[in-house]
Design a protein around this ligand. Structure first.
Ligand code: KG4
Ligand code: ZN
Length: 338
């Protein structure tokens, strides 16, 4: 196979990320600059600030990636970019920069859906399964199950009807007085806790249904926190650890119950995880344990590639360019998935 390089840009939310992979899916550069300090004073992501940060940082991140890979822009075969979904301003900055770069180098521009990126974030592994496989994508914006039933072909099997799993973690962390991203903080606090201390409800939405719902859990945790505050004045120490462990258990149990149900319903033996919540230590451990029990092979991205990154966008672009599924003139921000 001829040597070639793909540079990918991911700017759908608050991470400015640029990666370069080669034709063997070797990662030559993986630049990821979080904008946490810019948004921290406002207690959440401010879309306008995110766009301005991307505008400032993308050119530097591209230069950094080329330097890390020891390449010149003229060595690139294609430019990939996340075209949706995400914050529209942030997406537009990434797409327009990528378009300009591709046009100036006279190479193709490959638009990638963010979820397809998460879905393929562990696909650099030589063991990554051929389709069909089930994918559980759990992030701050999405919680969904897909059947990858052919190359670049995905069927949505179920999704959250309200909050995403990561969003539930983030909102509960906020109730406890913590900042963003709350999922990682709750995960860490939960390590010292007893997950059986509190029994939080899991919405199953019917036994054969593959949709999720996390808003009931959020309300139930809020009521529990209010009760504990009345009894103990502050929720801290072991009480806090136990609460976090019980929340984590409820979310992990819900995510995995439907994921394994999807494998069973469709008689699929491969389960792929992706999205920021796939970095959760209990989700990873339980997925592996339950996979063994169910005789299913599970594929987990490295923790650094669960949350938003550009390597996953580069991998999805390589897949599409290998299959000649590249429509460069049509690339625009906020394209649908399918
Ligand atoms: O994939 P991602 O970076 O962005 C979206 O596409 O939404 O996911 C971010 C989400 C946040 O909600 C964050 O709280 C969650 O992933 N997250 C975690 C962990 N690390 C990040 N949730 C649970 N456990 C973690 N260790
Ligand atoms: Zn994401």
């Amino acid at each position: 196979m001829n040597k070639y390089y793909i540079l990918a840009i991911e700017s759908s939310c608050d991470d400015t990320a640029v990666a370069i992979i080669d034709e063997q899916k070797n990662i030559l550069a993986d630049v990821n600059w979080a904008q946490n300090t810019a948004h921290a004073p406002y207690g959440g992501i401010v879309p306008e600030i995110a766009s301005r940060e991307h505008l400032q940082k993308i050119p530097q991140a591209v230069a950094q990636a080329l330097q890390d890979a020891q390449l010149s822009a003229h060595d690139l075969k294609a430019i990939a970019v996340t075209c949706g979904p995400g914050l529209i301003g942030s997406l537009l900055v990434g797409v327009q920069f990528a378009r300009g770069l591709a046009q100036s180098l006279n190479i193709p521009l490959i638009g990638i859906h963010h979820i397809e990126g998460h879905l393929l974030s562990s696909s650099a592994s030589p063991n990554f399964p051929q389709e069909p496989f089930i994918a559980l994508i759990a992030s701050g914006g999405h919680s969904a199950l897909y059947l990858a039933n052919g190359q670049c072909s995905y069927e949505l099997l179920g999704e959250t009807q309200d909050d995403a799993a990561g969003e539930a973690f983030d909102k509960i962390a906020k109730m406890l007085g913590y900042g963003y991203p709350g999922g990682r903080i709750i995960d860490e606090l939960a390590e010292k806790g007893d997950e059986k201390r509190f029994n939080f409800p899991i919405a199953f939405r019917g036994k054969d249904n593959l949709d999720y719902s996390f808003s009931g859990l959020k309300t139930s945790v809020r009521l529990q926190i209010e009760k504990l505050q009345q009894e103990h004045s502050e929720v801290n120490g072991q009480l806090l650890y136990d609460l976090c462990a019980s929340v984590r258990k409820a979310i992990v149990d819900a995510l995995l119950a439907k994921a394994f149900l999807a494998c069973k319903q469709r008689s699929i033996k491969f389960l792929v995880l992706g999205g920021g919540v796939a970095a959760n230590s209990q989700l990873r451990a339980q997925a592996q344990k339950q996979a063994l029990e169910n005789k299913i092979s599970v594929f987990l991205p490295e923790k650094a590639h669960c949350t938003d990154n550009a390597v996953m966008i580069a991998l999805a672009a390589k897949n599409r360019s290998d299959l000649e599924l590249v429509e460069d003139l049509k690339v625009d921000a906020n394209a649908p998935f399918g």
